[in-house]
Write a protein that binds this ligand. Structure first.
Ligand SMILES: [Mg+2]
Length: 291
């Protein structure tokens, strides 16, 4: 039986905002993995970037990529493949909206008014992406390998960005603000993707029938995810104010930034889940003895 599934943002959450290192959280990550608690990245990163990071952290399993526009699930996880899902020999992909090229075509309508205030990340050279993000050349190329979400470098003011977002939404697209970029997707989002996957895991994998969902994030594009899970961990950021998810309870705010805050907060939340699980088992036993 597994007691929980963790859905976590990467940049600024499991990874340090500046250095992209997960070193400070690695011991906790491995301890959780070894206890059978899956850690599912839920990120604006691409599949190529996320796979590389999961490899480096010695993690395997599903991943939610490009801001929740798509989910990749390894075939050996035993989840049924939805009809219409793209697949490879190792994994299948469920996407919630149209492809990036379709999104680009729709965004072109706004080019006359806004075209000088943003640049598509995928149109930049690897060198330019390296300069903006601090990534190395290979990582910059992986960051541009986008299929389900158009990621923009915003050149205008924040007020401009809000007006642009309104117009994007009038086109029936979603416009999300990450810590570095603006993301435009057709449908889905981190909250919708986490709900979809967690429901499927609980319904189809008997070991996870009672697993609680725990999310971790640091920015505005994490709010929906932080609102839909059973428990949530808000990670403080060195570069922006914490977002304000609306929850009745079950929210922990980290004292430390990035992966240090992730490890502290996640250990506290898992201890809470284990405590509740023990309580539930004890009361079950008590009911059984009384009967
Ligand atoms: Mg983040």
């Amino acid at each position: 039986m597994s007691i929980a599934v963790i859905y976590t943002d990467l940049d600024g959450t499991l990874l340090d905002h500046h250095t992209y290192s997960f070193e400070a959280a690695l011991e906790t990550v491995h301890a959780l993995r070894d206890r059978g608690i899956p850690i599912v990245p839920c990120t604006s990163k691409t599949r190529a970037e996320t796979a590389e990071l999961m490899n480096a952290a010695e993690l395997s399993g599903p991943m939610i990529v490009e801001n929740g526009a798509a989910i990749w699930v390894p075939n050996d996880w035993g989840l049924s493949r939805p009809t219409g899902a793209e697949d490879t020999s190792e994994a299948w992909c469920h996407s919630f909206g149209p492809s990036r090229s379709m999104i680009r075509r729709q965004l072109a309508i706004l080019n006359v008014e806004w075209g000088n205030r943003y640049q598509s990340l995928c149109d930049l050279s690897d060198k330019q992406v390296m300069a903006i993000t601090g990534l190395d050349a290979e990582s910059a190329a992986r960051a541009k390998d986008r299929h389900y979400c158009e990621t923009l470098v915003w050149l205008g003011t924040p007020a401009d960005r809000a007006a642009f977002a309104d117009q994007v939404e009038a086109l029936d697209l979603r416009c999300l603000q990450g810590a570095r970029f603006v993301h435009v997707l057709g449908a889905g989002g981190k909250g919708a993707a986490v709900s979809w996957l967690h429901q499927k895991i609980r319904a189809e994998l008997p070991d996870f029938a009672d697993a609680v969902s725990i999310s971790a994030g640091d920015a505005d594009n994490d709010i929906e995810m932080l609102e839909v899970t059973d428990l949530a961990l808000l990670i403080r950021s060195p570069v922006h104010e914490p977002p304000a998810p609306k929850r009745a309870g079950g929210l922990v705010i980290s004292d430390s930034f990035g992966p240090t805050g992730w490890a502290e907060g996640m250990e506290a939340l898992i201890a809470r889940v284990e405590e509740e699980d023990r309580g539930r088992l004890l009361s079950k036993r008590h009911d059984h003895n009384a009967a």
